[in-house]
Design a protein around this ligand. Structure first.
Ligand code: ADP
Ligand code: MG
Length: 632
């Protein structure tokens, strides 16, 4: 059975208006172990024929059986496996990884065969030994001469240990000595049982072949069949050629190493891309970091001023209820941790208040506890014995009521009558921050209100130490009345965190939106840059495909490259972001707060931006057509 069997194969390039018939109804059979030369004029269709034989391209019509099995027409696992395992290619224009060490080019095919790193290196060394290139494995491929590059391309094919070797004008660019050496190598491989198909202009090369076909204007003619010593061994033959697609996989470590080497071969471009990611990550870190610093700042400011006040209101006790008397409430409150001062103000209905000649209405209060401190009130006393509360028969009068009643100087001990009961005014309430209504009323000592008045409500005002208000507010109802704590309405300050959220949310949303925008711009820039990189790398990607890379392998490569760039950008951005936070907080004389969680977040964000941006490019890379890409 022939190894290669082309039956009426045609290949038409281009649009239907101007088709190029590169192959016309070609019948060709090649037996295992043959050494076939394809000759013909330039543009005759030699490269096209070789591409179809090597499963890099598919016929427009006709059939291709490899070892009796139809070669699939669709890209996929089987084609990739054929390229990786069955065919070894020597391309007309070498196709090396120019900016990477020569060894990378030799090992690339083995990478997609799933060969481990150690064996790859060993086989690369062995293959280059044969063609005198072993000492050049460490050299950057771009620095090698044309002849050396050609030999390297041959070494790659040898190292792949493919049973079928396809060479497109392997001596075309070489001086005669190097050409002879290359031919000797092809002959040696043929003797070992490898099926060799070589395209050539060179009569000497054709002379080495066991059989010659000519292709002109896409039509194939048999030129000569010669009984040169045929391959004695069947070698790695038909069996291997059509072996079912072995499950092979590029190892993850190899993928990463390949991606890293690929990035390093394009240093400047890689740095620019990492810089783009860094910018977005730096903005993210700065935004979130400043958020933490601001929170700390707002909380401490807030604690210093407002979060020290709490009050409780309840209905005055009736006979049945367990509500505490004002003095008891003050005592109960004072036992709680964090309480600095407490006072109860009981409110009565408005009642007539007169100075003997003028009568006004004003609200009557009774107070217990430390009135001045707990209410943050300013009191002006007629006496200076420091008493905090009016005693029996005494009253404090709110500043505005005092004006209306034209009380005159305190020193004169003005008298007033509340609901007919006389009181001596012993002080004026100038301001009362927490109970402004006191300015229009009077405050008496506890239990001093005239009997006909009834208490309407009681309010316990408390001042606490910094930050204790919330906690005290939670404990108060139970402390006052364990049996019916629900009857007590606590007014505690807003949670500083909530307040911060309220104060900051506007700014924060704007900053986050800004960061999101920056991330989006970074992603778009990256998509663009990766896109042009993919265009520039078409030949390299085509080479990888030709050597057996699956679509998923190329997607993996491009995504891995981008993710690595993203991680690097994340680290750079993290450093820049911290510097930004430091600069901003120091400039504002704040204490900088660095959230440790930002470090992994920054790197994850970088990787995510990189990977996300690479998807479009990765899919494009995976669609590169090997034969087309390699023609360039
Ligand atoms: P050879 O290798 O013998 O020089 P090729 O196989 O490269 O010939 O090309 C055969 C013909 O097909 C030529 O006329 C060439 O211009 C044409 N051709 C090759 N590739 C393409 C392509 N991708 N699109 C259009 N025409 C092509
Ligand atoms: Mg050609």
């Amino acid at each position: 059975m022939p190894l290669i069997d082309l039956r009426g194969v045609s290949r038409v390039y281009g649009a239907t208006e101007a088709p190029v018939h590169a192959l016309v109804d070609v019948y060709l059979r090649v037996d295992p172990g043959e050494f076939l030369a394809i000759i013909g004029p330039s543009g005759g269709g030699k490269t096209t024929l070789l591409s179809i034989i090597g499963a890099l391209d598919t016929p427009t019509s006709g059939e291709y059986l490899l070892d009796g099995v139809a070669v699939p027409r669709e890209e996929g696992r089987e084609l990739a496996a054929l390229r990786a395992g069955t065919f070894g290619y020597i391309f007309q224009s070498f196709h090396l990884l120019d900016q990477r060490p020569a060894s990378d080019s030799v090992e690339l095919g083995m990478l997609y065969q799933g060969v481990g790193a150690k064996e790859r290196a060993a086989r690369a060394a062995e293959a280059t030994e044969h063609i005198g290139m072993r000492d050049r494995l460490g050299t950057r491929a771009a620095l090698l001469s044309g002849g050396q590059r050609q030999r390297l391309a041959i070494a790659r094919a040898i190292a792949s240990r493919a049973p079928v070797l396809l060479a497109d004008e392997p001596t075309g660019n070489l001086d005669s000595a190097t050409g002879a050496r290359v031919m000797a190598e092809l002959t040696r491989l043929h003797r070992q049982g490898v099926t060799v198909i070589v395209v050539t202009h060179d009569a000497e090369v054709a002379a080495a072949a066991s059989r010659v076909v000519r292709i002109t204007d896409g039509r194939l003619t048999e030129e000569r069949r010669q009984a040169i010593e045929p391959s004695t061994r069947t070698g790695p033959t038909a069996q291997a050629a059509s072996a079912p697609a072995r499950r092979r996989r590029v190892r993850f470590g190899d993928l990463l190493a390949d991606a890293l080497a690929s990035l390093r071969s394009r240093t400047r471009q890689s740095l620019a891309l990492a810089g783009t990611v860094a910018l977005a990550v730096a903005l993210l870190v700065t935004t979130l970091g400043l958020d933490a610093s601001t929170r700390a700042q707002v909380t401490s400011t807030f604690d210093a001023h407002a979060s020290r006040e709490v009050s409780v209101q309840w209905e005055p006790e009736d006979a049945a209820s367990g509500a505490p008397a004002p003095v008891e409430a003050v005592t109960a409150a004072s036992t709680l941790a964090g309480v600095e001062s407490a006072a109860v103000v009981s409110g009565y209905l408005e009642s007539a208040i007169s100075n003997g000649s003028t009568a006004r209405t004003g609200q009557v209060h009774e107070a217990a506890g430390d009135l001045a401190s707990a209410l943050r009130a300013e009191l002006r006393w007629a006496r200076d014995d420091g008493a905090g509360l009016p005693r029996a028969g005494e009253a404090l009068v709110g500043a505005s009521l005092a004006d209306q009643l034209e009380l005159g100087p305190l020193i004169a001990r003005p008298q007033i009558a509340i609901a007919g009961t006389p009181f001596t005014v012993v002080g004026i309430i100038d301001t009362s921050n927490r109970a402004p209504l006191l300015a229009g009323g009077v405050v008496l000592g506890d239990g001093q209100a005239p009997a006909e008045l009834t208490a309407q409500n009681r309010t316990l005002f408390i001042r606490t130490g910094a930050g204790a208000a919330l906690q005290v507010g939670r404990q108060l109802p139970v402390a006052l009345d364990p049996y019916s704590p629900d009857a007590y309405v606590v007014q505690a300050p807003t949670d500083p965190t909530t307040l911060r959220a309220e104060v900051q949310s506007g700014v924060r949303v704007a900053l986050l939106a800004f960061t999101g925008l920056a991330a989006m711009i970074a992603v778009l820039t990256l998509i663009n840059a990766i896109g042009s990189a993919i265009t520039a790398r078409r030949a390299e990607l085509g080479l990888r495909r030709a050597l057996g890379a699956r679509r998923a392998d190329l997607i993996g490569l491009v995504v891995a490259e981008s993710a690595i760039l993203g991680a690097a950008g994340g680290v750079l951005g993290l450093a820049a972001g911290f510097a930004g936070i430091l600069g901003f907080t120091v400039a504002n004389r704040w204490l900088p707060v660095f959230d440790v969680a930002l470090a992994p977040l920054a790197i994850v964000a970088g990787v995510a931006i990189g990977a996300l941006a690479s998807i479009v490019g990765a899919v494009r890379a995976s669609r590169v057509h090997p034969a087309e890409a390699l023609r360039q």
